[in-house]
Design a protein around this ligand. Structure first.
Ligand SMILES: [Zn+2]
Length: 402
């Protein structure tokens, strides 16, 4: 079942060239959201998620590294906080970082998306340099805020040689094909007495819950905690604290500058790739069965990476009828998959009333969204893309759980 990669595969953790495919999708959308009316044949990539035969590290060996800069430059800004829960989470992260800093610190944020965290840090009197390649972001958003935007891929020449009291990098490293030079550049930007904060999705969580929608095109690498700790030590970071975020979906590392690790012990993998692949395949089949059993139009709620993954998996067999999202800037944009595009619209009672079921891709906010659509009068079945875990059913039915 393994597909030959375009370039020889080499594990970024252990250097091994052997790997086995555990998950594949032939035509995965490369963007979660894009403008309407684009060439229907463009914007697809292949998922060939492979487990390193030596250390078990998971990565998409079909990821097109040469197209990465273009992919991130063209991204529509996603993950903008649109609900009270999301805004509170950004504030909490800003508070956490500021607790470790002197007054009026110089902060570097790498890959800040819409800049919500940079702005929250600047409100707490940090001077923030934000490096973000998305062309959707303009400097006018940051006028008078204390945030300086560098619209580029990191590292940027304008900041060469600068050392910062804090270096913040959230939800970026999983997109970077070669993590070692990237982490070295982050380390090079950090003052000797500074702190760094790195946040990323946890592959331990994917392994625990068998969450198939967490595999989506923009993520090249899926790091388990131990693997990331090893890469951080090699780059010259000492781990001060590790945080479980969103009930373990993500992990956050608070880091200090240290000497790079030279000698290291390599652990082999404790996961059977074939068993893991079989468990994922079972979930894929169960999702298809649940969708096929819904008699009538199905709406999606939450135009994010998990919707992107869902469309790549099922749109050819399931005609999704509507895509609801609360992000105002998504007006006129769409999600898309192998069977075409779906315009994003704000949720309205009249539109919801015509739906046979609602599936919530924004599963990290499923309870909040379920309450909202119930308040709008929707009484039909509601599914979340959350994989609750093997024997722990949650309050909202999962599309994939047994
Ligand atoms: Zn490896």
């Amino acid at each position: 079942m393994s597909t030959p990669a375009a370039t020889p595969h080499r594990c970024v953790v252990c250097g091994s060239g052997d790997a086995a495919t555990i998950w594949s999708v032939a035509r995965a959308p490369t963007h979660a959201v894009r403008p309407a009316g684009m060439d229907a044949a463009s914007g697809f990539g292949q998922l060939d998620i492979a487990a390193c035969s030596h250390c078990g590290h998971l990565s998409n060996r079909a990821f097109d590294t040469d197209a990465a800069d273009e992919l991130y430059g063209a991204l529509v800004l996603t993950n903008e906080p649109v609900s009270p829960g999301m805004i509170a989470a950004v504030d909490e992260t800003a508070g956490l970082i500021m607790r470790h800093l002197k007054q009026a610190p110089a902060v570097l944020e790498v890959g800040g998306g819409g800049g919500a965290l940079s702005l929250a840090l600047a409100r707490r009197s940090a001077r923030v340099d934000l490096v973000e390649p998305s062309r959707a972001l303009g400097p006018e958003r940051f006028a008078g805020t204390g945030v300086t935007l560098h619209r580029a891929m990191f590292p940027v020449t304008a900041l060469a040689g600068r050392r910062f009291d804090a270096v913040v990098c959230r939800q970026v490293i999983e997109h970077v094909p070669e993590p070692a030079p990237f982490l070295a550049a982050l380390r090079g930007s950090l003052a000797d007495d500074g702190i760094a904060y790195l946040e990323l999705p946890s592959a331990d969580d994917i392994l625990r819950r068998h969450s198939i929608v967490d595999f989506h095109y923009p993520h090249v690498h899926y790091y388990r905690r131990a693997k990331m700790e090893l890469l951080l030590a090699r780059a010259g970071f000492a781990i001060a604290e590790v945080f479980d975020i969103k009930q373990g979906h993500d992990m956050g590392f608070l880091l200090r500058a240290a000497k790079p690790l030279v000698h290291e012990a390599q652990a082999s993998s404790d996961v059977s790739p074939s068993k893991f692949a079989a468990a994922l395949a079972e979930r894929r089949a169960r999702g298809a069965q649940r969708l096929a059993a819904i008699d009538g139009p199905i709406a999606l709620y939450g135009a994010n990476a998990y919707a992107q993954a869902l469309l790549g998996l099922y749109q050819e067999t399931t005609p999704f009828a509507a895509m609801f999202d609360d992000t105002a800037s998504y007006a006129g944009r769409c999600v898309y998959g192998p069977a075409g595009e779906i315009t994003i619209e704000p949720p309205r009672s009249e539109r919801l009333a015509g739906m046979a079921a609602v599936v919530i891709p924004a599963y990290l906010h499923d309870a909040e969204i379920a309450r909202k659509i119930a308040a709008m009068g929707f009484r039909g079945p509601v599914y979340t893309l959350r994989a609750h875990g093997v024997n722990t059913p949650g309050p909202i039915a999962s599309l994939f759980d047994p």
